[in-house]
Design a protein around this ligand. Structure first.
Ligand code: ATP
Ligand code: MG
Length: 470
């Protein structure tokens, strides 16, 4: 154990209940502050960091473990570090994977830390650059994904949510965005894995290596095998790294998969500490926890932070209080739907439930805006007609409705797309489509210039011209 971390008098572990550890301090000695890190050691010599969560009578600090408490023994000495969790943020973190407390977990050896930053800070202190507020420097990052570029443009400095229930393609869509955007992006990328599969972390790392972009990426992981303390703090670890980069004038792409797991970890901690849940079943501090995280993701001056957040929706219920709490911070929301998955429509973004505050003429330009509105109108009319068709059959539609119905089906197919990262699932090569081609394609379909081409020709293609080649 390093000498400088031994601040005030050592305490002793007096109880270990899963990830909750009580440390008693000697009479007359000081107590570590709330959120302070207390360092201890398991009997196998493994360093373990605890975070003070409560002060109990009898000079006991109730702590949440930030790592596994396996082999942590009764009466193990525990040393207050004098500071809250801090993580390395210097150039050494690029190309590396760290855990919630900033330790490397990629097996690539020690990190020579040149700079550290505490992961918690008061959001009210963050300086704001007025230029950023007016969106002066914001611009659109083209993703090459037709549906996103057309309807949910990715604007620098904004927050976008990829929202959906289990196995609807949130992670695949996140990966595809990384695949298409990071390479061309001039800034840096921070990926935060919160409470998801460990395997996905490995896949992501290899994706970065393959694309030769690993040098501009920082990865922080607190996955499902980790205790709730780590799955909770990882969100702050990730955002701290992003903040540091943007303070250095860099434009940061910040990805997190999955914000819901962060909320869930907070709920677990709350339960472990014996706090009474609110009537929704979540922790009483749900709103403030989500806010503490989301308010940190903002462009405060020098660079920008563009956030893409995957949000798991329990039981496909969009009214879940955790989902609602997260929603209110997102400027663009892409809701994935199970029905579209069943129809094989990838990406399964449901345009009727999704929205973007950036789909405005001032942001995307008049032509783009007009086509996007027309696409939404046709698709929404199609939803109405579809219900009618299931009852009376397609033959009974009026002539004009029938034309719209058929065009909408072509359009719906055209808005599907083979993904580079999903080649194994679709058996097709990924397609990157330029925004002009997306707009032109939608225009041709809506205006009827593609009426003679069978609708299945539009399924899983790139540019609209490919429908003619079949
Ligand atoms: N764009 C796509 N093209 C083809 N198949 C896809 C696509 N997106 C998702 N799938 C299929 O759906 C499965 C689940 O996708 P993914 O792991 O991204 O879902 P998820 O929403 O992240 O799920 P979870 O909530 O479990 O994390 C994939 O394994 C794949 O079979
Ligand atoms: Mg996933």
């Amino acid at each position: 154990m390093s000498q400088e971390t031994v601040a005030s008098a050592a305490g002793q572990v007096v109880s270990v209940q899963g990830p909750v550890v009580d440390v008693r301090f000697p009479v007359g000695a000081g107590m570590p502050l709330l959120h302070e890190v207390v360092e201890t050691c398991a009997s196998d010599g493994r360093r373990l960091l605890l975070e003070v969560a409560e002060h109990l009578p009898g000079k006991v600090a109730r702590c949440i473990a930030l790592g596994s408490t396996l082999n942590l023994q009764y009466r193990a000495p525990a040393y207050p570090s004098g500071s809250p969790v801090s993580v390395p943020v210097g150039p050494e973190v690029f190309g590396r994977i760290v855990n919630a407390v900033g330790e490397p977990i990629d097996g690539l050896g020690k990190l020579d830390v040149s700079k550290r930053a505490p992961i918690r800070r008061d959001t009210s202190e963050i300086r704001i650059n007025p230029d950023r507020l007016t969106g002066g420097e914001a611009h659109i990052l083209v993703t090459g994904i037709k549906m996103i570029d057309l309807l949910y443009p990715l604007v620098t400095g904004s927050k976008t949510g990829i929202v959906g229930g289990a196995a609807l393609g949130k992670s695949i869509l996140t990966l595809e965005l990384i695949h298409n955007v990071v390479e061309r992006h001039k800034g840096v990328c921070v990926f935060t894995g919160a409470g998801e599969r460990i395997r996905e972390g490995n896949e992501l790392y290899h994706e970065f290596v393959e694309q030769k972009i690993v040098d501009k990426v920082i990865m922080a992981f607190g996955q499902m095998n980790e205790p709730p303390g780590a799955r909770y703090e990882i969100a702050f670890t990730g955002v701290t790294m992003a903040e540091e980069q943007q303070a250095q004038n860099k434009d940061v792409l910040f990805f997190i998969d999955n914000v819901f797991r962060f909320v869930q970890a907070g709920a677990e901690i709350s339960t472990l500490l014996g706090r009474v849940p609110s009537e929704t079943g979540y922790q009483p501090t749900l709103a403030s926890e989500v806010s503490e995280f989301q308010e940190r993701i903002r462009s405060t001056g020098a660079g920008s932070i563009t956030a893409i957040e995957a949000v798991y929706v329990p039981a496909d219920d969009l009214t879940d209080p955790a989902v609602v709490a997260i929603f209110s911070y997102l400027e663009s929301v892409m809701v994935l739907s199970r029905e579209r998955i069943q129809l094989g429509l990838y990406p399964a973004i449901d345009p009727m439930q999704s929205s973007s505050s950036h789909l405005e003429p001032a942001v995307v330009g008049r032509d783009h805006f007009d086509i996007a509105q027309e696409v939404l109108r046709v698709l929404s009319k199609y939803e109405e007609l579809r219900r009618i068709v299931t009852v009376i059959g397609v033959e009974e539609l009026s002539r004009s409705d029938r034309i719209l119905y058929d065009r909408a089906r072509r359009l719906q197919n055209f808005l599907t797309q083979p993904f580079f990262v999903a080649e194994a699932y679709t058996g097709r090569k990924g397609e990157n489509v330029a925004l002009e081609d997306t707009i032109a394609g939608c225009d041709r379909i809506i205006s009827g210039r593609m009426d003679s081409v069978p609708e299945e020709n539009f399924y899983l293609i790139g540019k609209v011209e490919q429908a003619l080649e079949k």
